[in-house]
Design a protein around this ligand. Sequence first.
Ligand SMILES: C[S@@+](CC[C@H](N)C(=O)[O-])C[C@H]1O[C@@H](n2cnc3c(N)ncnc32)[C@H](O)[C@@H]1O
Ligand code: SF4
Length: 387
Amino acid sequence: MMLNMSLTTPFAVYVHWPFCLSKCPYCDFNSHVRHGGVDEARFVRAYATEIAATAARVPGRTVSSIFFGGGTPSLMQPASVAAILEAIAKHWRVAPDVEITLEANPTSVEAARCRGFRAAGVNRVSLGVQSLDDAALKELGRLHSAQEALDAVAIARANFERYSFDLIYARPRQSLESWAAELRRALAHAGDHLSMYQLTIEPDTPFFGLHKAGKLVVPNEDLARDLYDLTQAICVKAGLPAYEISNHARPGGECRHNLVYWRGHDYAGIGPGAHGRLTIDGRRVATETEKRPESWLMRVEAAGSGLIVDEKLTAGEAADEFLLMGLRLAEGIEPARYTALSGRTLDPKRIAVLREEGAVETTTDGRLRVTLSGFPILDAVVADLAA
Ligand SMILES: C[S@@+](CC[C@H](N)C(=O)[O-])C[C@H]1O[C@@H](n2cnc3c(N)ncnc32)[C@H](O)[C@@H]1O
Ligand code: SF4
């Protein structure tokens, strides 16, 4: 029984590459610029060490997806990607149909590099296009033009079975008309997947300071909501409905790796600042590694892993997390799984009130899901249900 579960239950590996050519002023991801270069071979050895240490804790799993995120993993040498994939295959079984995604910036996508990534085993690319408006790209601090981004999309399409790209909307001075035109243009270049994020003003970023000083004005709540609704309408018409708040796909084109997070399955986090969730002895364990790349490297070299958080979640914490992640999905959650995790049932009275408000619905097969109009207030819905 245990063996069957390990062969069929999705298990993902997230690999974080924390380096970028420059730091975008809106971004608070764990990404760093190293003008003096990066000792890539040394980092790759450390990734292999951390993979071995993680596999020793959760042996016998079958890896269903691998995601190289960043930072800018497309700055890695294809040989480094290959070496990390070999380390994963040495310690776990890798499913024959494994999804291997690499996040790429248009500035580091060249045909030869892509062929190298593909030869290493990458079969899906996620490109940071962000916008198709040159002035907006400049304001976002991007190093590429709209045309360069579209050229990178064409290279991705030619080299990989599957590709996706990211757009940021609800940007300064964006109108409904201009976003509709930009989105329609983007959709003409889309494959089976598209991620669209509303611009978030993150603390401790240059955008935060500008916003606070009134020099960067973003759409107010009403316009942001209209932009969201417009995005849904245009994407549904184009055959790419949202399967998660910010992610759209043609049926079957969903990112299997991200589904592992949202469906509450296990994933190993490898590299600086990576988060993981592992089931060990029947308990869900939250892991997190040291964020600073060089400190992470030294920790791994000294101790075999960069772990700084390794915490067993209580039943309540695991259940709340399941709710928070699962309700982001259009498919929603199975209430029975919440009960199995927490030992309690979701309050039918609260569900009835939320249903009446049009924020949630129950499907014919008994799943609970947030409606399109409930998505913009998801945090409040989850807080209400988890209370
Ligand atoms: C980890 S980033 C990396 C991708 C890649 N380095 C790039 O920038 O092209 C993943 C995505 O998060 C989105 N993102 C990052 N910061 C954001 C913010 N403050 N608001 C909205 N979206 C953001 C961007 O669309 C970005 O492509
Ligand atoms: S948005 Fe991407 S390229 Fe820009 S700093 Fe963040 S991770 Fe790096």
